[in-house]
Design a protein around this ligand. Structure first.
Ligand SMILES: Cc1ncc(C[n+]2csc(CCOP(=O)(O)OP(=O)(O)O)c2C)c(N)n1
Length: 375
């Protein structure tokens, strides 16, 4: 295995001292090391992977140094546009090192949302003519791999990727683990929302642990899963799925359970919702100020005022709450109200150690929801 410290120092030795990206579970030890050790002006946890790519370009224009962008392979799609229309040698020709966590690597068991992305991770790089190497998990191989990567990047003023397999980095525990002082855990808040909704309400939940928790809470209460759409992939898009359902099914309520990282990743969606104003949509954002599902690295969720942004986008009712009492009050108020609503709930980081994963397949999930919506 590779110690994150060794890898980080090799990057510095090759002149790379700027890091931008979105955290990933496979890169979590490296991301945590960078969060703790890179100076603040040299590390940006970006809204999405496309933004990270553009930040890297800006850093290069200002310094002439080779930046690094890190991401889960789910983020390759978000990166493609700036990679091909900004970074590419046919356009501005920006030297760049990319780290890609390889979820769903063929032959390695993973969740359904990673399977297709895992199969095409390297093919996408091939199609974009970005050369890559699968990073060895043996530290003694690194100097050679770095040599090859950096000589390509420098000679061609072009991007090069390291694809990172599961288990490549050894453990590193995030020290800057900001504590959110809130009464509830994400799962407590989801349980209250779930139990407060009438039986015709459909739920659309976001990527990561929120969907896993909703699934398990339905099991715990013997409620079945047909009214939930679990957005297991497609980070940041749950609210748009919810919007379109709400507009077509305006005789029932739609509850979107979102995360702060996901909301910020595709924040433009708030403007679309706010201008459409579906009266039957309630958008809950469980704000723990972190990418909790992939290691707890910070988001800017607690440094910005999400309810004010939602209000400015056109949401009619907005709340920001952090206690059980407030949540109870808001949930009962919402029940009698027919206005587009945004509820920020500040929750603490962390999840149960024994949190499971959905047992039904995405297609079973979709079929059940579509039947439910017909009723
Ligand atoms: C496009 C994309 N980038 C990165 C990921 C990896 N990922 C999965 S969940 C998650 C964090 C989500 O954070 P947030 O929405 O705040 O919810 P939390 O985990 O804190 O509950 C990330 C980064 C992904 N699935 N898709």
């Amino acid at each position: 295995m590779i110690q994150p410290k060794i890898f980080y120092e090799l990057l510095l030795n090759h002149g790379t001292d700027f890091f931008a990206g979105v955290p990933d579970s496979l890169l979590k030890n490296f991301c945590a090391y960078v969060t703790d050790n890179a100076p603040e002006e040299k590390h940006i946890i970006s809204a999405n992977e496309g933004s990270a790519t553009a930040l890297a370009a800006g850093y290069y224009f200002a310094t002439n140094k080779i930046p690094l962008v890190y991401m889960q392979n789910s983020g390759e799609g978000n990166m493609i546009n700036p990679l091909l229309s900004l970074i590419d040698p046919d356009v501005y020709s920006v030297p760049l090192l990319i780290l890609i966590g390889w979820r769903g690597e063929p032959g390695v068991h993973d969740e359904p949302q990673h399977v297709k992305q895992g199969k095409v991770t390297c093919e996408l790089l091939d199609a974009m003519k970005v050369p890559y190497d699968i990073l060895s998990d043996n530290e003694s191989d690194l100097p050679k791999q770095f040599e090859k990567a950096y000589s390509y990047i420098k000679n061609n003023k072009a991007p090069y990727a390291f694809v990172i397999r599961k288990g490549t980095f050894s453990d590193y525990v995030l020290q800057k683990n900001n504590v959110v002082s809130a009464e509830m855990k994400r799962e407590d808040a989801i349980e209250k929302i779930m139990l407060s909704a009438d039986e015709r309400t459909a739920f659309v939940s976001t990527t990561g642990m929120a969907s896993r928790e909703l699934y398990e809470l339905r099991e715990k209460h013997g409620m079945g899963h047909d009214r939930d759409f679990l957005t297991v992939g497609s980070m940041g898009h749950a609210s748009q799925i919810a919007l379109a359902i709400a507009m077509q099914k305006n005789d029932r309520r739609i509850y979107c359970i979102d995360g702060d990282g996901a909301t910020i990743m595709q924040m433009g969606g708030l403007a679309t919702i706010g201008t459409r104003k579906p009266h039957n949509l309630v958008h809950f954002v469980l704000n723990n100020g972190a990418h909790d599902s992939v290691g707890g690295q910070p988001t800017v969720g607690l440094s910005i005022d999400l309810p004010t942004i939602a209000k400015a986008c056109g949401y009619e009712k907005v709340y920001s709450i952090s206690t059980v009492l407030e949540l109870d009050r808001v949930l009962s108020e919402i029940n009698g109200c027919n206005l587009l609503t945004f509820v920020e709930i500040k929750v603490c980081k962390g999840a149960r150690k024994d949190l499971g994963r959905p047992k039904s397949t995405p297609q079973e999930n979709k079929k059940a929801l579509m039947e439910f919506l017909k009723k």
